[in-house]
Write a protein that binds this ligand. Sequence first.
Ligand code: GUN
Ligand code: FE
Length: 479
Amino acid sequence: MGSQEQTTLATQNQLFYGTFIYPKTLTDLEYLHNTAVAVDQNGTIVAIEPDYDLSQAASTFFPRLGWAPDSVSIHSSLASHNQFFFPGFIDTHLHAPQYPNVGIFGKSTLLDWLETYTFPLEASLSDPAKARTVYNRVIRKTLSHGTTCAAYYATKDVTTTNLLADLCLRAGQRALVGRVCMDQLSPKYYRDASAADSVAATRESITYIQSIDPTGAIVRPVITPRFAPSCSAPLMAELGKLAAETGLPVQTHISENEGEIALVKEMFPAKKIGAKGDTYTHVYDTFGLLTDKTILAHGVHLSEEEVQIIKARGSKVSHCPCSNSALTSGAARVRWLLERGIEVGLGTDMSGGYSPSVLEMARQAALVSRHVAMGYRERAKLTVEEVLYLATKGGAELVGMKGKVGGFEVGMEWDAQLIGLGRDVVDEEYEGEEKEEEGNVDVFGWESWPNKVAKWLFNGDDRNTKKVWVKGRLVHERK
Ligand code: GUN
Ligand code: FE
């Protein structure tokens, strides 16, 4: 598939009008009403006009932008349908090939789950036809839930990892795509033959992904050691060097499950690898895998010492609440991480987690934080505003797009969703009108906007995600 046909440019200037809600800070959402947001052909926000009279646009606003009025397409959020624009969600950790297994985990925990469910499925996705079916589906499904950017693990197979990047580029979903490195622990049928092979295959995939999107606007490669137990010391050392050489991001798993942590201690004693300490974090640090572009999934059981190292390196944590509950890994202390200055995003971790929805992850993050609060302290609780920050602006920090996506500000790119909660409930049928698809959220009309957002967080789903844009391009529309 060539790169030429996959133009990711929006075709024309666009004006979005109505209500805009986005995280300003970790603790505060911004609400803008009757606002006009101008997005140019590159998908960049070039102007924001609060309290704007749309009828004036053609005579005043467009000339100021140098836009011919008939060159602009206008998209309004409908107040009558409780619609608003919200930044696209960022899924900072998921496994595309595991998508067919969502919901299938029985009573397993991490290490037996990998063996029983995960490795066989991933291995089977070296079949390009099967991979195409699964990857197209996971892209379309996550887009329909408002995920405008995803940090994907593919498999160890180069051809189909590259295919995943092709498909993301064509669909217009921003993605980090990682060819999974693993030269030990897994069954022979699904393991790199050597550290050298693993690095060579990784380089091959990086070269390909960079060739289809040279500026990395939509798809970018990410160095992906699966997790310490499935990587030999020489492999991790080589991948650390590769990260330093290329400046590329790194993604891996850390401190997810107690059995896994014990295994890491046993496999990589400090003495053997020349580490300065005896923790999981020291293993990655020893091999140069903790950079300011490293996304560490889970971090459920990290110690104070480990968090200090992660903070010093500028590495980030992807919180995966659904997976951590499903696989009984534990309850990550997100407040505790945030208080130590760690940047945190949310990950579905399919199929450790069973849901493709980052909105669902924000909801589960709120609930897991309440479980932490019950056993620890009140301030662990995360608010509606905080979990929606993690789902958007927080995620942008993890995927290297801080200041570029995750909010609505001049200079940022238009990665957005149009959310509709439906008409206010009234005690009658809407006769003579086409009935709007009913979602799960009921708005009665007296709710404040913060309360509408809270109702969306706790009861909303993809039925509320009406349209989705990436870099100005419409990539999903709910029919
Ligand atoms: N650790 C190593 N591989 C995996 C994986 O595929 N999913 C999760 N959740 N943890 C892992
Ligand atoms: Fe994972």
